[in-house]
Design a protein around this ligand. Sequence first.
Ligand code: BTN
Length: 246
Amino acid sequence: IGTSIICLKETESTNQVAFRMAEEGAAEGTVVIADAQSAGKGRLGRIWLSPPGVNLYCSVVLRPAIAPMAACQLTFLSVVAVARTIESCTALTPQIKWPNDILINGKKVAGLLNEMNAETEKVNFVVLGIGVNLNLDMSSISESLLRHPATSLLEQGGAEVDRLAFTRALLVELDRLYDVFLREGEGPVRAEWLERSAIKGRNVKVSQGEREFVGMVQGVDSFGALLVQLSDGKVETVLSGDVALI
Ligand code: BTN
């Protein structure tokens, strides 16, 4: 990962650029980084605020020989890589919130968006999109633009984070984790995800559009779905939705 790194001053979305490059044959491990995004993409069609100079916006092209169903396992990789990097570059302790949010003191500091190009049987490529609020001055952001409480490493740690050092450390972690994933499957990375998420055994409220229910988290399955045990003992497999600790 990172043998080829494309750095852009401004683009609509690094995911979009990486996706287009992958369609045109970009090699596995190609990384696209931008200083600013004019149309940063978040999950569920939301926008990702991407002002210049202060944060990390990057996308990585991977071409694993896996089935499309298994591609969601790659989310574990980027989540764990970002969590490890925050720990190594700051004195902060990140928490993981299913499926792919990274929080510090309950506020979102990073977001991940994977996009895939696949055929019925096999994945052609996956783009791992990673956004981390590094040195964002939170007072410059209007609360009304945020769906969830957000923060930055600067706000939480009180010190500027070196963007280049953070990016380098993140790519090294991703490379290590991807290597483990290819050699040993998703097991080890999922285990670290679960340990860090501190969600196992906790009671949660799951919201899926109109539907809401509460239950106790048993874990995540190998496809990244959350397993929630209801009061009648039945286990729900949650593939999408919002989950809040209660
Ligand atoms: C989320 O909604 O939590 C996911 C946010 C993902 C943002 C990153 S920033 C780099 C990459 N390019 C994009 O347009 N989105 C992802």
